[in-house]
Design a protein around this ligand. Structure first.
Ligand SMILES: NC(=O)c1ccc[n+]([C@@H]2O[C@H](COP(=O)([O-])OP(=O)(O)OC[C@H]3O[C@@H](n4cnc5c(N)ncnc54)[C@H](O)[C@@H]3O)[C@@H](O)[C@H]2O)c1
Ligand SMILES: O=C(O)C(=O)C[C@@H](O)[C@H](O)[C@H](O)COP(=O)(O)O
Ligand SMILES: [Zn+2]
Length: 376
């Protein structure tokens, strides 16, 4: 398979591989055969993914003498909940899963985050394999071991760091992903360019539209470059203690507040919120005199060129800036009453600022919620 790429996540004593390329799903059994100790393999997925890929996964496991045992959950962000976590745990216990077994998370970030969290707490931790099927999950959520559910107080507020044993990202499955989901995932691709790789942002400007239109090579390139970027950050700061991993949160303090305000509904997908959040982070950086207006305009223009929303004013929210700022107080980066914030000195120059006043962010958001930008 010449298009196959392997990226290693180098964690001391616990390294694992992320394999990226077309056709990995058909080879699922063979790719992880050495890790599957029993004849049955629990596979957690959602209803959309099951309807598309259950047959392929059954065949791939049968080919190595294994049988998939399925738990099919409803699709969507609301599934990252206490109720579904309990459902997964009860299923795994009924399946007799031991600590040394590996369970499979087949789906997008919702299934990966939920299954990963269940794996973290089942018998104090069992192994799991991530088989991400959305662009977002392939470039971001399947790698790095952040697992979580949402609670009424906020996004991902209950979870654990628990690394997968292996990640298999079959880029062919992206062909069935709805265009809106593809674009949401693409926001997290652009994020890596904005954090510390201006050349990759240039690449996104050149190849992003083709990637979204179905260019298979561009997809493999984007997934593997994104995974390599994330793997470097995770290896440097696995548990987000030094500030390095916090860079991956660019746009998320704004984004999570928008998701909370829209009730984690399908009106606003995580990646859509992050795209708008990164534009807001860039504009707030401009307002603070850190970044050139032209650079922030370039980011918003790129999302618009990809038929993505870049303006918070387009969401039609009825709240003011203070309400969004209130959601931010539940951000996991909160530290003794202050909120470290990801700001930018330019494209590829993101940093963690520790002197941001929440009231100032609320005022800035008031302006953005009402504003129409010149490129609109
Ligand atoms: N753990 C992390 O580091 C991390 C990183 C980024 C995002 N996240 C989390 O990931 C979640 C979002 O993940 P997502 O965008 O993958 O959403 P998702 O899991 O809800 O998947 C999006 C939709 O696509 C469908 N789908 C999945 N694969 C498909 C395919 N190949 N073809 C057709 N349809 C398919 C799903 O059924 C679902 O309806 C959020 O909860 C976010 O917080 C976590
Ligand atoms: O892996 C990370 O670290 C990230 O921050 C990746 C984000 O894209 C992702 O949405 C993550 O779940 C957000 O983390 P949180 O700690 O803010 O919930
Ligand atoms: Zn994210």
């Amino acid at each position: 398979m010449s298009d196959m790429r392997t990226i290693e996540v180098e964690l001391a004593g616990r390294p694992y591989e992320v394999r990226v390329g077309p056709g990995l799903l058909e080879r699922l059994g063979a790719e992880c055969a050495g890790m599957l100790r029993k004849a049955t393999v629990p596979v957690i997925t959602d209803a959309h993914v099951a309807s598309l890929y259950r047959g392929k996964v059954d065949a791939a496991l049968n080919a190595v003498g294994k049988e998939a045992r399925w738990l099919v959950l409803p699709a969507g962000e609301q599934t990252k909940s206490w109720a579904h976590l309990a459902h997964v745990i009860d299923f795994l216990l009924a399946e007799g899963v031991d600590r040394n077994d590996r369970i499979v998370a087949l789906g997008g970030g919702v299934i990966g985050d939920l299954t990963g969290f269940a794996a973290a707490i089942l018998k104090r931790g069992c192994g799991f394999v991530q088989v991400p099927t959305t662009l977002l999950a392939q470039v971001d959520s399947s790698v790095g071991g952040k697992t979580a559910i949402n609670v009424p107080m906020g996004k991902n507020l209950v979870g654990a760091f628990h690394q997968p044993a292996l990640v298999l990202a079959d880029t062919n499955v992206l062909s069935t992903l709805p265009p809106r989901e593809l674009r949401a995932g693409y926001a997290e691709v652009v994020k890596y360019g904005l954090i510390d790789d201006a050349d990759f942002f240039d690449w996104c400007e050149q190849h992003g539209p083709a990637l979204l239109d179905g260019d298979a090579d561009a997809r493999i390139e984007a997934v593997s470059r994104s995974v390599a970027a994330k793997a470097r950050v995770v290896a440097a700061d696995e548990r987000e203690t030094t500030g390095t991993r916090a860079l991956l949160n660019l746009g998320h303090t704004f984004g999570h507040a928008l998701e909370a305000e829209t009730g984690y509904s399908s009106d606003l997908l995580h990646g859509e919120a992050v795209a708008i959040g990164m534009v807001l982070a860039a504009r707030y950086s401009v307002q603070r005199g850190l970044m050139e207006q032209l650079e922030a305009d370039r980011i918003a223009a790129h999302f618009k060129a990809c038929d993505m929303k870049a303006e918070v004013s387009e969401l039609g929210l009825e709240c003011g800036g203070q309400k969004l700022a209130d959601h931010m107080l539940h951000d996991k980066k909160m530290d003794a009453g202050t909120l470290p914030f990801l700001l930018m000195r330019g494209i590829g120059q993101t940093f963690l600022a520790r002197d941001v006043e929440i009231g100032d962010v609320a005022d800035f958001l008031d302006g953005e919620l009402r504003s129409r930008h010149p490129a609109d």
